[in-house]
Design a protein around this ligand. Sequence first.
Ligand code: MRU
Length: 353
Amino acid sequence: MIKTVYFDNNAVVILDQSQLPEKVVYERCETPEKVADAIRLLKVRGAPLIGVTAAFGLAMAVNTYQGAANQLERYFKDTSKLLASTRPTAVNLFWALERMERVFNQFFKINPDNIGVLLVQEAEKMYQEDNKINEAIGEQGQKLIKSGSQIMTICNAGALATCGYGTALGVIRSAAKKNYVHRVWACETRPVLQGARLTVWELMQDKIPVTLITDNMAGYVMGMGKINAVIAGADRIAANGDTANKIGTYSLAVLARYHNIPFYIAAPLSTIDRSLALGEEIPIEERDQDEVRQFRGNYLTVADADVFNPAFDVTPNELISGIITEKGVIEKPFAEGIKLIFTERNRQDEISS
Ligand code: MRU
């Protein structure tokens, strides 16, 4: 499985996804500002990967800190704020930074000389955990896939969006291992083309049959009777199951409902934000208008055309057939299912600690 991020000699090394599929290029980010830019510019993207990359960035910042000892706590907070400011929608970013803050608060006072190392260790732990969680999501989700299935997906919720294996593509991978996947239909995902550039590339590497369509072909393909399930990832799930994911996901869910096709969300529990009751409270990132006007510097429209460029939309819970997590598939009513899965997880954590 391709490495999306790793820590090397006090640098956060990222796979620059903006250059895929033409070039496989790794970039060494040696300052937290470089890490923040990499997240902002979508060189690293995908909710779980953004979180872990920011955690590595924060750990690196503390581990290479040269300033006065009494200013380190301030520096930690400022750097965390910088990393948190990069993208507003994926809750995994804030989840990961908060987890780092808990470690900082727990050990800074008692072990200040070692705090950088402890933070690097925590980020590494998150990386390893993410891999295991994705495999568990795959294992849970494959049970929903019937033999000979054709599955539609959007954006890239694969190994490239995580620390390996993927969420939506993790389910597809696990089903493909059983030979249950006849074909994946990848929506190209305008404007940044994560589907065309990343999902197609990733699945072809794994020899999973994939067909690329433009986003506006989805309804036609569903109408042809070709699709057995739609599976998408998530950037943030509210307590009632409303789900923010890449722009276009909502349209797919509406189309799937019309065509009686199950529509699943695959995501780790860390993507569920129980502090938000409803999807309408999820902040939706709006990105640079030039992402729509141009592709890699070439204009596709009039240079000063007015553009609206929301990066995500929210799929209402009633359009979602199930939320596939590492601890099982959450069914309707989602508000109850979400509460229950966290209660059960906390109970298990207590037993094992
Ligand atoms: O803008 P991106 O490429 O970061 O958007 C990514 C998505 O929308 C993914 O579907 C989501 O983060 C889940 S990744 C496992």
